[in-house]
Design a binder for this molecule. Structure first.
Ligand SMILES: O=C(O)CCC(=O)C(=O)O
Length: 262
């Protein structure tokens, strides 16, 4: 599977402009790289304009879901749809969706862990369901959003259910770049899976974002990494034998002793 991850800047509070930008990037990427699957960053329709989200959020997944479905069909690609502010039952969630080439909604996940450093709980509601495994083209995958990366207990069950890729969509700040890079490597190594991330660049509200979007293989080697200040599309073809070989050579899953874990 050939995957492109989009390291974008995001225009704050301008969903229409950001949607046009994503459509342009997809057209350009499909012409140049012909990916099977593309990955967008966290909150790519609005950026972290938390105090304006009541006006700017989607309503029951729209219009972003229909917009991405159309792009998936038109360009014959699977879309890991980053995330967007999304009003459901009167609450605003940070929602991620996955759309397949046929334009079908394959997976939906609301970010569970709200960021105390951003007072996110004043503006957003945390997801109430665990992350689950989903499939694209017969490959099992998982997806988490930004701060979720700090919670390995959310990710381990995905690996135990044989996910081979973990996608991370993020707006991770440069101030904690070391954590961003190191935790991604750790998740790839401990779960013996590909880790593929899309992180924004640029600045909003005096916060500078790290970029450093990554492709990491199941033994924890960085295959590709974005810069920390440039918009770019990173594309790589994955060989899933790497997951099988790593899991056979270092069989951590069969060495587990879950009865002794708290
Ligand atoms: O955990 C961090 O340091 C950053 C998390 C974050 O900014 C987010 O989840 O949006």
């Amino acid at each position: 599977m050939k995957i492109s991850t989009y390291q974008m800047n995001i225009i704050p509070g301008q969903p229409e402009q950001n949607r046009n930008k994503v459509a342009d990037w997809i057209a350009k990427d499909c012409k140049k790289n012909q990916p099977d699957t593309i990955v967008l960053p966290e909150m790519w329709t609005t950026a972290y304009t938390l105090s304006q989200l009541d006006d700017l959020a989607d309503l029951d997944n729209q219009p972003t879901t229909s917009f991405l479905k159309e792009l998936a069909i038109k360009n014959n690609i699977n879309i890991i749809g980053g995330s967007f502010a999304n009003k459901k039952n009167g609450q605003i969630y940070n929602t991620s969706i996955v759309i397949n080439r046929k334009g079908e909604l394959v997976y939906e996940y609301d970010k569970i862990h709200l960021v105390p450093m951003l007072n996110e709980h004043h503006y957003l509601c945390g997801g109430e369901s665990a992350a689950k495994v989903f499939e694209l083209e017969g490959i099992k995958m998982g997806l988490i959003i930004c701060y979720d990366l700090r919670f390995p207990e959310l990710i381990r069950p995905l690996a135990l259910e044989e996910a081979e890729i973990l996608f991370i969509v993020a707006e991770w700040p440069s101030a904690r770049r070391h954590h961003w890079r190191t935790l991604q490597l750790a998740r790839a190594i401990e779960n013996q899976m590909f880790v593929i991330s899309s992180n924004r660049i640029g600045t909003y509200d005096n916060v500078n974002f790290s970029g450093n979007s990554m492709f990491i293989n199941p033994s924890g080697d960085i295959i590709k990494e974005g810069s920390n200040n440039e918009e770019e599309i990173l594309t790589t073809t994955l060989d899933f034998n790497e997951v099988k070989n790593m899991r056979q050579n270092v069989p951590v899953f069969s060495s587990r002793v879950p009865d002794l874990y708290m």
